[in-house]
Ligand binder design. Structure first.
Ligand code: HPA
Ligand code: ZN
Length: 330
């Protein structure tokens, strides 16, 4: 099974590039930029990665990305992950990034975009890996700030595949961002949003109705509302489920308790992603292997999940056909 999962042409629809920052690279960048870290060693950083909820994680996530200052830091961050993911058999990544988390620290949008776009180009040219770009807004910040960032991103609108919504979910409902997402729609941008990770099933409905999202990131709490489940099923809305993330952030106690099998049973369009692989215990291959062990899934289940992700990925139809062929040939 492990060989099959490695060879499977995996497509990751939910990845925060800042959450792929491994402690090893964090130390390299800290030294290069003359920044003092709150950890003495790589091991000490890893030992600190125990979370009781989303907020606890976000604190360390925002602290970690403080080492990202220059264009080449963003390039190194992304290339480091792209190479690692490709080594695990990943063929496409839709990558979230958080401009506000960098703007707040005085890092201009142009620095972030130039570094990330250079890495995307290189991955597509040399690694046989395609990359989608999702500019995410921090939902615990004011909506006006998000709107301002969206306008500021005018030079990059054509290069974005979608806008997203992430960070602390509870008490920051999708409704807060209606104007921002309306503007994104007007610009012809696809919309996605985190919903139903820590927040209630109602937030999933809101994201669909008020923000017009095409996919739901996480969405595991949909099971608390039969109407929402039926909506997701009948419209075949993709859920980007992140199993090891949900364990790390205590959305579920352990993987065996995870609702993934139930979501599949309900006929939902499930996919698997790593979310923040440097913080949650591993990347795409580890997430797949863990699911195989916890749920006893056979190859057919993983083929279906991968087909779902290929269907939904932000890629050209030529690339989509190519990836479907690769899956069929396995
Ligand atoms: N949830 C919400 N916001 C995030 C996450 C997450 O899992 N990772 C990075 N930002
Ligand atoms: Zn996420």
């Amino acid at each position: 099974m492990h060989d099959f999962l490695r060879a499977l042409p995996k497509v990751e629809l939910h990845l925060h590039i800042e959450g792929s920052l491994e402690p090893e690279l964090m130390f390299v960048l800290a030294q290069r930029n003359g920044i003092e870290l709150p950890y003495a060693t790589v091991q000490e950083a890893k030992d600190a990665y125990h979370f009781s909820d989303l907020k606890g994680f976000l604190n360390l996530y925002f602290q970690g990305m403080n080492v990202l200052r220059h264009e080449e830091d963003f390039y190194d961050l992304a290339m480091d992950y792209f190479k690692r993911a490709r080594g695990e058999g990943v063929v496409h990544i839709d990558m979230h990034f958080d401009p506000q988390a960098h703007l707040q620290r005085g890092v201009p949008l142009e620095v972030v975009m130039t570094g990330l776009l250079k890495a995307k180009q290189e991955a597509e040219d040399t690694l046989d890996l395609s990359i989608g770009m999702i500019m995410a807004f921090l939902r615990d910040r004011p909506a006006e700030e998000a709107l301002h960032v969206l306008e500021q991103a005018a030079p990059y609108w054509k290069l974005l595949d979608a806008v997203g919504l992430d960070s602390a979910e509870q008490n920051n409902p999708p409704a807060k961002f209606v104007d921002v997402f309306q503007r994104a729609k007007q610009l012809g941008l696809v919309r996605v949003a985190h919903a139903g990770e820590e927040g209630p099933a109602d937030y999933i409905k809101e994201a669909l109705d008020l923000l017009g999202v095409q996919r739901i990131d996480h969405g595991v709490r949909c099971l608390e509302n039969a109407e929402v489940v039926e909506r997701l099923r009948s419209e075949q809305i993709v859920l980007t489920v992140c199993p090891l993330s949900n364990v790390s952030l205590k959305v579920v106690e352990e993987l065996r308790d995870h609702p993934l099998p139930k979501l599949l049973e309900k006929g939902l369009k499930v996919t698997i992603s790593s979310d923040d692989p440097a913080y949650f215990g591993g990347g795409m291959l580890t997430n797949h292997t863990a699911c195989a062990e916890a749920f006893g899934w056979d190859e057919a289940v993983f083929r279906q999940i991968t087909r779902n992700a290929i269907d939904e990925a932000f890629i050209t139809e030529t690339r989509r056909g190519e990836l479907l062929n690769r899956l069929a040939a396995l």
